[in-house]
Design a protein. Structure first.
Length: 159
């Protein structure tokens, strides 16, 4: 079974110093791990791993699932070593779970473009209603609306 995740607002949520929702690509380096589920940036913004996200990924890995990510949260002018989303994956210790596609693209690209060649059945997790609507054209996808997931542990109970 293949599982592919969006990142922003799916596996984590990011806020500026005033508590306003922002994208991970807006974090300012240096960023540092405050605790296992919280990263802080240089100007007081924070990124919080959603509760149970790590446990959910761990349960998928234990079942020998293929796990990937597909996000369009790439900052235009930065190389991989300075991409906040890629740094977050490493700081949160999530890299060990991703053994399938690992795509960090630009917001100008539709996620469906990356998945058109996929023929196997995929469970895709995303929070964006427009992305979900676009992906419905692909018959091999089972789409989970991650905007409704505040705690991934409830999915563990349904597995």
């Amino acid at each position: 079974m293949i599982h592919i995740f969006d990142l922003d607002k799916t596996l984590w949520e990011t806020f500026d110093k005033h508590g306003n929702s922002i994208w991970a690509k807006q974090l300012i380096f240096p960023i540092k791990l405050e605790n296992e589920d919280l990263v802080l940036d240089d100007v007081g913004s924070r990124c919080k791993l959603k509760p149970g996200a790590r446990e959910y990924l761990k349960s998928l890995k234990a079942r020998d699932c293929q796990i990937g990510y597909l996000s369009v949260g790439r900052h235009w002018s930065l190389g991989d070593e300075h991409q906040p989303s890629l740094a977050l994956i490493n700081l949160f210790g999530l890299q060990e779970y991703f053994n399938y596609v690992q795509i960090l693209g630009y917001k100008t690209n539709k996620k469906s473009q990356y998945l058109l060649a996929e023929t196997e059945k995929i469970t895709f997790y995303d929070d964006d209603a427009n992305v979900i609507q676009d992906l419905k054209q692909l018959s091999n996808l089972h789409i989970i609306d991650a905007s409704k997931i505040s705690d991934w542990r409830h999915l563990l109970k349904n597995d």
